[in-house]
Design a protein around this ligand. Structure first.
Ligand code: CS2
Length: 490
């Protein structure tokens, strides 16, 4: 096997690999990042890497993993170095990233995590902890008071285990005068505003002065982040090792595309991420809604319909003509009609580009990965578009089909051919139990729509429920071919 990637082995990397062109020892710690998954390492960390390359050594990153031991452990063994390989068609570009200056596994290093957040040299805490990492009741921006992690943290706020608990405890031990900006980079609506609300709601329950301080002194800019970064697999690690010439346990393979739009609302110093290609703007909302609906909304449809049709990856799904036609119509007719396009933005090319990105065969982005946590994702990606449309008396036939596919997926956990599907979503069992407790298609739909933590408390129109029931019934009788109105897949 090739040697392991680390400072000493860098000289043995393939000559085509780009390496950090700066002295890593001079890089100070200026950012704490919670959620050390592949997305952060292939997205925000690369924007920061570009600034360090330009000579701004203030923004080294301390990465924190709240749940997963494997990644921080692998990174520590590699001097916090890892590689990113961008792949599309025949081209692959591999680089080694040096911006990480530490990687902590929070359950075993909580003092150091809180110390890092409290460090006055740190001016930014950023997050990618996924939608379910915020202890949020998905239908609104409310703290889920029943979340066992939150209940635990409220009993012992200085020994927290949730994202909100860790953030609050870190901020509590920070000097009151040291400015801080918290940059949420997860796929939620108004992600910064939402996180601010949740953190205040949490802190109010044990330290009202802290809640006030969070509300008055800390900035929470909204952001839109975009890059398709599939979870690593043995095959992607092999592909990366071939490019790198070294063995890398934390290697990432992703698409070349990347985009970051950040609301220009910081408290204290900030990295000049615009110099690395980010867009700093006064209003992120149009970008965020556009991306959440067109990209993530289509992705979720690809995931559930794809799982039912036995399509393992997004590119397999896009190679299925019936699905490709369905996804195009869903995106460019139903979802696009609900989006307010940012001024001067060419949304039609954006959609075409999305379809090309989805078809990228070298990524092997698993539909099963995107299908996770639907009870958190669907309320963000589909339901606002549906609500707004129905309120104006407009039907969204493709989106309604996608929703029926999700309910069928949850209720049956079986593909069209009867293969069992692994549903991974902590919120799913409660909803699935209600779906399975109903008998007719209409009863099943009514049971779903009355699950208020996902579908909200405002009633949905009866005609909408009837249409959903019709789709669910055809799924039950004839599978997704009937739903997509197409001949049997090859
Ligand atoms: C995907 C996203 O897993 C998912 O739910 O829709 O991770 C998606 O790949 C990114 O948001 C792309 O920017």
């Amino acid at each position: 096997m090739a040697p392991l990637l680390c400072e000493r082995s860098l000289t043995k990397a393939a000559s085509t690999v780009r390496q950090p062109g700066y002295d890593r020892q001079r890089v100070r710690r200026g950012i704490v990042h919670l959620g050390l998954g592949a997305f952060h390492r292939a997205h925000q960390a690369l924007y920061t890497e570009a600034l360090i390359e330009r000579g701004d050594t203030r923004w080294g990153i301390v990465g924190v993993s709240l749940r997963e031991r494997r990644v921080p452990q692998a990174l520590a063994a590699q001097d916090y170095l890892y590689s990113v390989t961008e792949r599309s068609g025949e081209t692959a570009a591999c680089r080694v990233v040096g911006a990480l200056r530490g990687a902590l596994y929070a359950p075993e290093a909580m003092d150091r995590v809180l110390g890092a957040i409290a460090d006055p040299g740190v001016a930014v805490v950023s997050l990618t902890v996924t939608e379910k990492g915020y202890s949020i009741a998905p239908a609104g921006a409310e703290l889920d008071a029943g979340d066992p992690g939150i209940r635990h943290d409220l009993m012992t706020p200085d020994a927290p285990r949730t994202t909100l608990g860790v953030l609050a405890a870190g901020i509590r031990s920070r000097l009151a005068g040291a400015p801080l900006t918290v940059v949420c980079c997860d796929n939620m609506q108004a992600n910064g505003d939402t996180l601010r609300e949740l953190l205040i709601q949490y802190a109010e329950q044990f330290d009202p002065a802290l809640a006030r301080r969070i509300g008055e002194t800390i900035a929470f800019p909204n952001t839109m982040v975009d890059r398709i970064v599939p979870a690593a697999t043995p095959a992607s690690l092999d592909a990366a090792a071939t490019q790198l010439g070294l063995h890398d346990e934390a290697a990432i393979v992703c698409e070349p595309f990347t985009q970051w739009v950040i609301e220009d609302r910081f408290s204290g110093p900030r990295p000049a991420w615009e110099d690395a290609g980010a867009l700093l703007t006064r209003n992120v909302h149009p970008y965020e809604a556009m991306k959440l609906r067109l990209l993530n909304g289509s992705h979720s449809a690809i995931a559930y319909v794809g799982q039912l049709r036995g399509r393992e990856t997004v590119s397999d799904a896009m190679g299925d003509p019936a699905m490709a036609a369905f996804v195009r119509a869903l995106m460019t007719e139903d979802l696009l009609a609900t989006v307010t396009v940012p001024p001067g933005f060419d949304v039609h090319s954006y959609c075409q580009d999305l379809l090309v990105r989805f078809a990228n065969p070298t990524l092997a982005h698993r539909t099963g990965q995107i299908a996770t946590d639907g009870t958190q994702k669907v309320p963000v990606r589909w339901l606002p578009a549906l609500r707004e449309s129905l309120a104006r008396g407009i039907e969204r036939p493709h989106l309604e089909r996608a929703l029926a596919a999700w309910l069928h997926y949850l209720a049956t956990e079986r593909s069209d051919t009867g293969a069992s599907l692994a549903v991974s979503d902590p919120g799913a069992p409660a909803l699935a139990a209600k779906l399975r407790g109903a008998s007719t298609a209409l009863d099943t739909v009514q049971a779903a729509l009355s699950h208020t933590s996902v579908f909200g408390a405002t009633p949905w129109p009866q005609a909408f429920a009837d249409r959903l029931a019709g789709h669910l019934q055809s799924l039950r009788l004839h599978g997704t071919n009937a739903l997509l109105a197409c001949p049997a897949p090859a």
